[in-house]
Design a protein around this ligand. Structure first.
Ligand code: ADP
Ligand code: MG
Length: 407
């Protein structure tokens, strides 16, 4: 799924209102009838103005017309909800321009964006339900039942939940001083976060001190546990390695020496689970083993220390005044049903990757573009604000940097 922002600047204010009306109507209608769109958009121009906007939106595939026995109606597409999110960010001055896509997983698109000042940020668009639910029967049946009771199993609802949960955890973790990207904004199925100038651990072929990095990562798992959390997908794709170079003067020789400090930055939180979860031990062990296996394979490092073990980690939950982040996030508006819906969808998604817990692209080559529904690879830099003026020089520069940053 490609984010094509070309049509954004051609949408009139009325078109945006009609698009928002279709979104609003989706809450109560599977297919939003024209009459409902008219009522919700409250356009001054009345039905003719609404129908003009409807055709403009349908032409750019932001909404799709569906004919059914009883009535015709409209449905918001991925493109439509992408546009609404970007529009919201543009209005909050969070995003001014959209750069290149830096990553695509089965569950998300990762896109470089910039604000007016040219500050680079990362837009993560959740695409849960992009691959059809067909792997784990129990989850599929659960989601189907949930969908029957409203929009429980729909991609839009599930992707939105994933974004909300990820944003909530990123904020809570950041507040506790964890090294995670700074969360900037959230809208619908997307989040905007600070860009971390780094490499995924996956791309790191050598480190000066594997034992030190291993200890940091195990320490991170244990620190999360203390706050009541398990990451649940703690692998080399979700650990970014930031290098900080500094020069110090060697007092004996008098020469300047460069030291490189590597810091792991943790990302990707929609699947996080509580230490109280029924399968907590399995998730905890899987995270630990993932790191052990990776360090063995990549750096030929095997720790002499066994564990860590879940039962020990469990005893530390909430100790020394550690804030329970699992409880904090659940208290922030997630119902049990929401968490259950999301969990079923994510379990499906993980199973769809093949081996459970394994990230896509398990070959040694970096598989940067494994998106099958992506036609061509052309850049789609564009400006998403309503202003009709040409992008400024600074803007061009920002987009340039985006391109370089993504190489
Ligand atoms: P997914 O849920 O699809 O796995 P992730 O959040 O793990 O998405 O992001 C996928 C990839 O995008 C990461 O492996 C990383 O290379 C890149 N990425 C994500 N967030 C950032 C960020 N804030 N800064 C820099 N790179 C990022
Ligand atoms: Mg990931």
């Amino acid at each position: 799924m490609k984010l094509d922002t070309k049509a954004m600047r051609h949408l009139a204010a009325e078109d945006w209102r009609v698009l928002a009306a279709v979104e609003q109507g989706t809450k109560n209608h599977d297919l939003v009838p024209t009459a409902v769109i008219e009522k919700l958009s409250r356009l001054r121009g009345g039905p003719s103005s609404v129908s003009k906007s409807i055709s403009a939106l349908a032409k750019t595939s932001l909404i799709g017309k569906v004919k059914e026995a009883k009535y015709d109606g409209y449905r918001l597409t991925y493109g439509g909800i992408d546009y609404l999110a970007l529009h919201a960010y543009a209005q909050q001055n969070v995003v001014y321009s959209v750069g290149t896509r830096v990553g695509v997983g089965k569950e998300s698109d990762i896109i470089m964006v910039a604000d007016h000042a040219g500050t680079q940020k990362v837009l993560k668009i959740h695409r849960l339900g992009r691959i059809s639910f067909r792997t784990v029967k129990a989850n599929r049946d659960y989601l189907r039942k949930s969908r029957g009771q409203g929009q429980g199993g729909s991609w839009m609802y599930l992707s939105k939940l994933a974004a909300m949960k990820e944003y909530a955890f990123m904020k809570a973790l950041r507040e506790e001083g964890f090294d995670v990207p700074e969360p900037i904004a959230q809208s619908r199925h997307t989040i905007v976060m600070a860009f971390v100038d780094s490499f995924p651990l996956r791309q790191v072929s050598e480190v000066g001190d594997p034992a030190g990095l291993y200890a940091d990562l195990i320490g991170l798992i244990l620190r999360l546990a203390k706050h009541g959390l398990i990451h649940g997908d703690f692998n080399e794709f979700n650990i970014l390695i930031r290098e900080e170079r500094s020069t110090t003067k060697n007092e004996t020789t008098g020469t300047e020496e460069e030291t490189i400090k590597v810091t792991p930055v943790l990302i990707d939180f929609p699947q996080m689970v509580s230490m109280e979860h029924a399968n907590a031990e399995m998730y905890f062990d899987r995270d630990v083993n993932c790191i052990k296996r990776f360090f063995d394979r990549r750096f030929h490092f095997v720790s002499t220390q066994p564990g860590p073990y879940f039962k020990d980690a469990k005893k530390t939950v909430g100790k020394d005044g550690a804030r329970r982040l699992d409880a904090a996030v659940e208290a922030s508006g997630f119902t049990k049903k929401m968490l259950k819906d999301l969990e079923a969808a994510i379990a499906e998604q993980l199973a769809g990757r093949g081996e459970e817990g394994e990230a896509p692209g398990t070959d040694e080559e970096e598989d940067e573009d494994d998106d099958d529904d992506d036609e061509g690879d052309e850049e789609n830099d564009s400006d998403v604000s309503d202003e009709e003026d040409e992008p400024s020089r600074e803007q061009d520069k920002a987009v340039q940097q985006d391109r370089q940053g993504s190489k």
